[in-house]
Design a protein around this ligand. Structure first.
Ligand SMILES: NC(=O)c1ccc[n+]([C@@H]2O[C@H](COP(=O)([O-])OP(=O)(O)OC[C@H]3O[C@@H](n4cnc5c(N)ncnc54)[C@H](OP(=O)(O)O)[C@@H]3O)[C@@H](O)[C@H]2O)c1
Length: 199
């Protein structure tokens, strides 16, 4: 592992000094930029993604404490990952996954199952296994998507992210004092959005 770089400005008071941040999907896009920002604020980083080469590149750039390459929708490695963490953690952000577009009733059943796996079941699974490792007052942070204004809504495009707010609200009640939040993002320029059809 490379030597830590002094990457936050000297005058700034780092807000996450001594805290550990886990990003599930931290090797690109929103997760990577969040990890960069957290590192700038003094956090120790633990990053995951599926592509181990890309993950290692990012880990070396950000001097991550640890990395693990696995598919977050695969519950066994996800569970091992959290169980084997060498430390308690302060914040977990989950950016793994992508939206599934289509009229729900027109989706193949397997496609609908994958959409539910990616958003609802992954959220539930992370909450269940990560929360005991998170110190009180720490955070579980998930990604959703902002509902586009009516003029940009198309009747044949339903984003599976829209199912998550209710689950997040319930988890927040059940896991307090660990905080559980959902970010409903608008368009963010990332490797994922570059591949998606324009809405
Ligand atoms: N970009 C936007 O405009 C936008 C807007 C609203 C919501 N969102 C949501 O925000 C989240 C992040 O989006 P993004 O644009 O940052 O995506 P991205 O550029 O594709 O980055 C996703 C990150 O997650 C990892 N990842 C993806 N699927 C994974 C899986 N199954 N298991 C483990 N790691 C996985 C990727 O690495 P590997 O590929 O190596 O696994 C990568 O590090 C997504 O859920 C997306 O739907 C995005």
């Amino acid at each position: 592992m490379s030597t830590a770089r002094n990457i936050f400005p000297r005058s700034a008071k780092p807000e996450l000094l001594g805290q550990t941040v886990v990003v599930i999907g931290g090797s690109a896009g929103i997760g990577l930029e969040t990890a960069r920002r957290a590192r700038t604020e003094g956090a120790r980083l633990i990053l995951t993604g599926r592509n181990s080469e890309r993950l290692q590149r990012v880990a070396s750039e950000l001097n991550a404490l640890n990395t693990a390459a696995f598919d977050a929708n695969d519950s066994a490695p996800l569970e091992h990952f959290f169980r084997d963490l060498p430390t308690t953690i302060d914040h977990v952000m989950v950016t793994a996954g992508q939206p599934h577009y289509g009229r729900m009733l027109d989706m193949e059943f397997e496609q609908a199952r994958r959409a539910l796996d990616t958003h609802l079941l992954l959220t539930l699974q992370v909450a269940r296994i990560a929360a005991p490792k998170v110190r009180p007052g720490g955070t579980l942070l998930f990604m959703g998507a902002r509902r586009p204004p009516p003029r940009h809504r198309s009747r044949d495009r339903v984003d599976s992210h829209r199912c998550t707010p209710c689950l997040i609200a319930n988890l927040a009640l059940e896991l307090a004092p660990v905080r559980v939040n959902l970010i409903a993002a608008g368009f963010v320029d990332t490797p994922l959005s570059a591949k998606l059809p324009r809405r």
